[in-house]
Design a protein around this ligand. Structure first.
Ligand SMILES: CC(=O)N[C@H]1[C@@H](O[C@@H]2[C@H](O)[C@H](O)[C@@H](O)[C@H](O)[C@H]2O)O[C@H](CO)[C@@H](O)[C@@H]1O
Ligand SMILES: [Zn+2]
Length: 303
């Protein structure tokens, strides 16, 4: 059995591409520093729109299989080796955008029993024993049903994994020390969109998105943690490019299939929602966790 890494980070996401968009620099940085980074993706994105004309024949399970390959390629760019599909490949399908009839598909994540889905995640948590878990806020960042469910499943699994009375067949209890939600400080988003406005004429995108289109934007005061991933900007951009059916990158900007230009953030931000905050502005997700020699802890700066 290989030795367990001292620092173990788990991220729970809805579709292949979310991990690179929200946390690509963070994942690359911790992987480079020797932490174990485990990505749990809840669906294969079977109902996504496809950008490249040459791939638009892909849909359903075929698109899901293709996006799984995109995900593997993206993880190679980030140096992340541990990727799990919740309940196994295809167990929970993409639910489509909120309000569509797709949401009623009995096999989609939006229809999943949260406790049952959470138990699949408990098995991974008790195997990996992460000290830190990252997921979306209760609106899933932007209200997509799969993102909302991923949040619900992750937060439920954090509680179930720590309860020794829950599914002892899945291993001994494990309490995750710190849980974070993906965030972008409003001042950071606004400054990035101001730069985007100036740069737009040089970009292959016609229209800018708005701050409101960016998942997880909150007032600066709610942000507890700032992970400087600028050294991993190229890796994040390459990982996002690997998701070619979903993302077009023109650094330092990108667009989804809606062609709305938005910034690529390589400093990535978080809100600590479970665990002990280690200072005014943490600069390490593992800061303050007993027994873990962090490379740095906190700094007294605004986002
Ligand atoms: C980033 C993300 O969560 N993407 C989801 C999302 O995709 C969007 C959806 O197709 C929308 O209709 C487009 O306008 C937008 O550009 C897309 O990003 O929803 C998909 C369907 O559930 C999902 O597969 C994709 O990963
Ligand atoms: Zn998504």
């Amino acid at each position: 059995m290989t030795e367990r890494a001292a620092r173990r980070l788990m991220l729970v996401h809805a579709h292949p591409d979310d991990e690179s968009i929200n946390n690509g620099a963070t994942m690359a940085r911790y992987a480079a520093e020797g932490a174990q980074v485990t990505l749990v993706t809840c669906t294969l994105g079977e109902r996504g729109e496809v950008i490249p004309a040459g791939l638009r024949h892909l849909s359903g399970a075929a698109l899901g299989a293709h996006r799984r390959q995109e995900l593997d390629a993206a993880m190679r760019e980030l140096g992340v080796e541990d990727v799990r599909l919740l309940g196994g490949a295809g167990r929970y399908q993409d639910s489509g955008m909120m309000g569509l009839p797709d949401n009623d598909d009995p096999g989609c994540l939006w229809q999943a029993d949260v406790d049952q889905a959470a138990e699949h995640l408990v098995a991974v948590i008790r195997e990996v024993r992460p000290q830190v878990l990252v997921t979306y806020d209760d609106n899933g960042g932007y209200g997509h049903p799969d993102h909302i469910q991923a949040h619900r499943i992750a937060m439920r699994a954090v509680d179930l994994a720590a309860d020794p009375a829950v599914r002892p067949d899945l291993g001994g209890p494990w309490r995750i020390a710190k849980v974070y939600w993906n965030r972008v400080p409003r001042s950071v988003a606004e400054a990035a969109f101001a730069r985007l406005e100036d740069d737009l004429p040089e970009l292959p995108f016609d229209t800018p998105a708005t701050v409101g289109d960016v998942p997880g934007v909150v007032d600066d005061e709610r942000v507890t943690t700032r992970i400087d991933g600028t050294a991993y900007a190229a890796a994040k951009a390459a990982a996002m490019r690997a998701h070619a059916t979903q993302i077009e990158v023109a650094e330092p900007y990108f667009a989804l299939s809606n062609k709305l230009a938005q910034p690529v953030f390589t400093t990535e931000y978080y809100e600590l929602v479970r665990g002990e905050r280690a200072g005014e502005m943490e600069t390490d997700l593992f800061a303050g966790i007993a027994g873990i020699a962090g490379t740095e802890g906190t700094e007294e700066v605004a986002p």
